[in-house]
Design a protein around this ligand. Structure first.
Ligand code: NA7
Length: 541
């Protein structure tokens, strides 16, 4: 019987399959979680909405999509064999290659046999008497498991703003995270891009060369920095493979899990000329060096931040020929790094092209989408294609779009209505045996995702080996963690902007620190300490 026939017949017959654990999502975290749980000898079913593995790297197929992390620091570190087998072709690897990598991992570790694709989870209800979750799919299929691990991604619930008339547009429209697998031919077309976040910044310079005319609708100008990508030479490839232990050790020690780390000096302790020399040096380096390799107070001191922000503004002005366009592209209303800094390649040069126009929608807001295009407060623009590069209902959206029901039938969506509430970013009180395997530390994705996945696997093993059937965080531990997260976040400049880090990108979304802003080593140490103390802050039964 084929998989889809099996599913259809299960849905019709009401047959409920049983597993030790269900993993929702098969991106970077879910794939590794499956591997670790299987290593424990658990029966596991992995449920994936998409038609293949990869999560972010499956869905985001828009032109120009790539890592902003150094490739050698983003790949998994758990398998020495894998590290030696895989060659990274670019220093900042592109989506097609990243998807191939994750498929290679799935095949190498024979993970596919436990993955059910095209399976969207709609609800998960905890049965307090049986200590099991009942998970239901859009198809009607049901299954039960003692543990559920939600590896649902931090940036997977796409955000299409509720513009009036969205469905009335007669041309083609795409959200960047649902870009079709088949090539989208933009040749000669009139194209709109709404949004200027990390996604748009990667995509715009590439499609600008292809389209007939491109109109970019910008709500907030962003600080960006040059990516400076290049091919990995054979010699560098050999160096990666020979020094992976050092690479991973470094990523475990740095503030954000990257190869970069903050300069221990305070910016303003240096005379202006010396500071400038440091900025120029950082600017010439690839990747996030300009953000995460900057002076230590860049994320905490407004004056230090403004000093660097002004340097970035000068860099933008120097690249855009039309001073009026340049001024629109220069960010002035939030500190550098308080939103995720997009890394770019020829982004500003795109605005020097005759076929690219920038529309500032703070000056002339979008009033509605029309059958022909986009109507702002001053005119209607006609398009063949509208591209929504409008981001995500980050971190909480991928959880709350599943109807999780915990003890007493409590809904997670209701519980988080005023902001995310977790203990250790990993669990939430009132929802036993549910783990959140997404990296919400301020940390290079895979680096901390591995830690989180391993922590969850160890916790599940502990529960089983000690004869317990459930584990749940106490409300008190959660309260303390939320207060601590807010306190740590408020020491930084992260709340000074309206980005997804704090839920500020979505109208009506409660503002909260969604990322844990303490340095990654401190986060790792805290999680390890909780485990070492027999899962302090949890009730085990
Ligand atoms: P982002 O970084 O959240 O950017 C989304 C963009 O869409 C940003 O420019 C937003 O403007 C804009 N946006 C969102 N809602 C609207 C409305 N209602 N009207 C106009 N413009 C809007 O998402 P990305 O996909 O670029 O990047 C997400 C992450 O992926 C990134 O951080 C990396 O980690 C990888 P705003 O700035 O909010 O004014």
């Amino acid at each position: 019987m084929t998989d889809s026939f099996q599913k259809a017949s299960d849905a019709q017959s009401g047959r409920v399959e049983n597993f030790d654990a269900i993993v929702i999502g098969v991106g970077v975290s879910g794939l590794y979680q499956l591997y670790r749980l299987r290593e424990l000898g658990l029966s596991v079913r992995c449920l994936e909405d998409g038609g293949g593995v990869g999560g972010t790297w499956y869905w985001n197929r828009y032109p120009g999509c790539r890592f902003d992390s150094e490739s050698e620091s983003y790949g998994y570190s758990f398998s020495k064999e894998l590290l030696q087998e895989w060659d990274w072709k670019e220093h900042y690897s592109g989506q097609p290659e990243n998807e191939r990598y994750l498929n290679y991992v799935a095949d190498k570790f024979d993970l596919r046999r436990d993955i059910q694709f095209n399976s969207r989870v709609t609800s998960a209800v905890f049965d307090v008497r049986a200590n099991r979750w009942e998970v239901r799919l859009e198809s009607g299929q049901r299954m039960r498991a003692q543990f559920v691990v939600a590896a649902v991604g931090i940036l997977s619930a796409r955000n299409i703003p509720p513009f009036e008339g969205v469905d009335s547009f007669k041309g083609e429209s795409f959200h960047t995270s649902r870009w079709p697998k088949e090539k989208v031919d933009l040749t000669g077309k009139r194209v709109a891009v709404i949004g200027t976040g990390a996604t748009a910044v990667q995509m715009i310079p590439i499609i600008a060369k292809e389209v007939g005319h491109l109109t970019v609708f910008q709500r907030t100008a962003n600080y960006t920095a040059p990516l400076r990508n290049s091919l990995v030479s054979d010699e560098t490839q050999r160096r990666f493979k020979a020094t992976y232990p050092e690479i991973h050790k470094r990523c475990k020690e740095t503030t954000g899990g990257f190869l970069h780390d903050f300069d221990r000096r305070a910016a303003l302790d240096l005379p202006r000329e010396e500071r400038r020399a440091v900025y120029e040096q950082l600017w010439s380096l690839p990747g996030f060096s300009k953000w995460l390799g900057n002076f230590r107070d860049i994320m905490t001191d407004r004056v230090a931040n403004e000093d660097f922000a002004e340097f970035v503004r000068e860099k933008i002005r120097a690249r855009v020929k039309d001073p009026a366009v340049a001024e629109k592209l220069v960010p002035k209303d939030h500190p550098f790094g308080s939103k995720r800094v997009p890394l770019e390649t020829e982004y500003y040069e795109a605005y020097n092209r005759d076929n690219v126009q920038l529309v500032d929608i703070k000056e002339t807001p979008i009033e509605r989408i029309t059958p022909k295009g986009i109507k702002t407060s001053d005119r209607e623009y006609e398009f063949d294609v509208i591209i929504y590069a409008t981001g995500f209902d980050a971190i909480t959206g991928s959880m709350t779009r599943i109807d999780f029901r915990g003890e007493g039938g409590q809904s997670l969506k209701d519980k988080w209505a005023n902001g995310m509430r977790t203990y250790l970013q990993l669990v939430t009180a009132g929802f036993p045996n549910l783990f959140i395997a997404t990296n919400t530390a301020f940390c290079n994705y895979t680096v901390c995702a591995e830690t989180i996945v391993e922590w969850i696997a160890d916790c599940i093993r502990y529960v089983r080996e000690n004869g317990y059937s459930r584990i749940v965080a106490t409300p008190q531990a959660e309260d303390e963690w939320v207060a601590h997260t807010n306190e740590v976040g408020s020491r930084t400049l992260l709340s000074s902007a309206n980005g997804w880090f704090v839920g500020g990108n979505i109208e009506g979304k409660a503002r909260a620190f969604l990322l844990y802003a303490n340095p990654a080593p401190a986060y790792r140490a805290k999680c390890a300490e909780v485990a070492a103390k027999g899962y302090e802050g949890f009730v085990l039964q």
